[in-house]
Design a protein around this ligand. Structure first.
Ligand SMILES: Nc1ncnc2c1ncn2[C@@H]1O[C@H](COP(=O)(O)OP(=O)(O)OP(=O)(O)O)[C@@H](O)[C@H]1O
Ligand SMILES: [Mg+2]
Length: 246
């Protein structure tokens, strides 16, 4: 069973849709990536999954429960945690306080859960009393992920968790993303760097001009000429796998 599904989801900010009929499925224990050029609609799609934007068409489920019409503030309780790319921590609060806020929807004792989460993020464990605003950019991204995990989500949605980080720190964050998946959580990650997506994910969806152009396993996607696809120069592959959605 897929932890998260979207079927034919369209959405946008005004009248003209940005995201058009995008479908995706995200499995428990796996890393599924969304790649695509700047402006393709990746973040818009993420905001739609997270209930911040209302879809104009389609259906979204978490754990087989329809969340399409669930208000954004109630989405965490349905099992989907969303980590936006920017402004993803409470800067004036400490690391510990940020995690406590994240734990409000947790079924477990917040302290028990905090220890489990901090096991994945040793850097944060050492910085519990620091103000989040004084952490480095990479550490803030880690804190945002950790805060999302406090609620024990079924699926975690990460919008470019390594944007702007050094290669070394990018490695660290990706290792943490992998360990989140290993713990059984379904991970959906938006990634600018195709190479990284192919290295760390199991499934890849390519979003171009608001539509999911192609999706498949890493092995399937690695065979394609993604540069041409990003530039809109290719013709969609035939109906053999990897599957296209045109
Ligand atoms: N708040 C907004 N209001 C109106 N239009 C927006 C808004 N946010 C984004 N857009 C437009 O929607 C389109 C898709 O943007 P989006 O941020 O979803 O792309 P993206 O794939 O995440 O790009 P990037 O890789 O640069 O993060 C762009 O044309 C953008 O200008
Ligand atoms: Mg984006």
């Amino acid at each position: 069973m897929d932890a998260l599904t979207a079927e034919n989801v369209s959405s946008g900010y005004g009248r003209s849709p940005i995201v058009r009929n995008v479908s995706i499925s995200v499995a428990a224990g796996m890393v599924t990536a969304i790649v695509g050029p700047n402006g393709a609609g990746k973040s818009t799609f993420a905001k739609t999954l997270a209930g911040i934007l209302r879809p104009t068409t389609g259906k979204i489920t978490v754990n087989n429960t329809d969340i399409t019409r669930v208000a954004g503030y109630l989405i965490p309780r349905s099992g989907l945690a969303y980590v936006p790319q920017n402004d993803n921590v409470f800067r004036t609060l400490t690391v510990r306080e940020n995690l406590e806020i994240g734990g409000y929807a947790s079924k477990k004792d917040a302290r028990v859960r905090m220890n489990e989460v901090l096991d994945i993020f040793p850097d944060l464990s050492k910085a519990q009393e620091k103000k989040a605003g004084n952490l480095s950019g990479g550490q803030q991204n880690m804190l945002a992920m950790a805060r999302a995990l406090m609620a024990e989500p079924t699926v975690i949605l990460l919008d470019e968790p390594t944007a702007g980080l050094s290669p070394a720190y990018t490695d660290v964050v990706w290792r943490q993303v992998e360990s989140i998946a290993k713990s059984g959580t379904a991970v959906l990650v938006i990634e600018q760097n195709v190479e990284r997506a192919l290295t760390h994910a199991q499934f890849v969806n390519v979003l171009v001009a608001g539509a999911n152009h192609v999706h498949g396993t890493v092995a399937e996607i690695a065979k394609l000429d993604l540069a041409s696809i990003f530039l809109g120069r290719d013709h969609a592959p035939d109906s053999s796998s990897p599957s296209t959605n045109r």
